[in-house]
Ligand binder design. Structure first.
Ligand code: GDP
Ligand code: MG
Length: 166
């Protein structure tokens, strides 16, 4: 199955690293997406039968100026055009205001949201449980995937799950 997926998360959680890992070349399913979203495409995952188009959406943070507000509204309008959202967090960090702001915005969009806990190569497995604990009730997650975007752990498993769901 094919579709569009927006990636959201605080700065430095690993969004670009993830995109670099899954990046492909061909784009076949562009017809039904707005020009604005088309321009934001950052990575395409391609198999023989599927394409997942990823859109990096870094601009969701608490706005403190008119310009901020414009950027945040633009990012949120992208979320309304995709089929699913990937919310990425850093397993090394505790849940903070930046995460909570994004989670609150995600509550309004009524799309499947995947919680992706990145940088698991940097933590002790016991720590993962406490990260899961912090997020498990924050939203009705479609699925939860601990991964390492840098080393590739669990990335293929996540992508094949996503392909099935889309
Ligand atoms: P973005 O701001 O969310 O796009 O984050 P980046 O992809 O730019 O990553 C920020 C930093 O985290 C970079 O130094 C990456 O190399 C590092 N990073 C990203 N993913 C991982 C990971 O899975 N494990 C480790 N150890 N470092 C990572
Ligand atoms: Mg980035």
């Amino acid at each position: 199955h094919s579709g569009f997926v927006a990636i959201v998360g605080r700065p430095n959680v690993g969004k670009s690293t993830f995109l670099n890992r899954v990046i492909g070349q061909k784009v076949a399913i562009m017809s039904n997406v707005a020009q604005t979203t088309r321009n934001k495409i950052q990575g395409i995952y391609t198999t023989n039968s599927e394409q997942i188009v990823f859109i990096d959406t870094p601009g969701i943070f608490k706005p403190s100026s008119k310009l901020d507000e414009f950027m945040v509204n633009s990012a949120i309008s992208t979320l309304n055009e995709v089929d699913a959202v990937l919310f990425m967090v850093n397993a090394q960090e505790t849940r903070g205001a930046g995460d909570n702001y994004i989670i609150d915005r995600l509550k309004d969009i009524h799309k499947p949201v995947y919680l992706v806990i990145n940088k698991i190569d940097q933590i002790h497995p016991d720590k993962l449980l406490s990260v899961l604990e912090q997020y498990k009730d924050a939203l009705e997650w479609k699925e939860v995937y601990p991964i390492s975007a840098l080393q590739g752990n669990n990335v293929d498993e996540f992508l094949s799950q996503l392909s099935k769901d889309l």
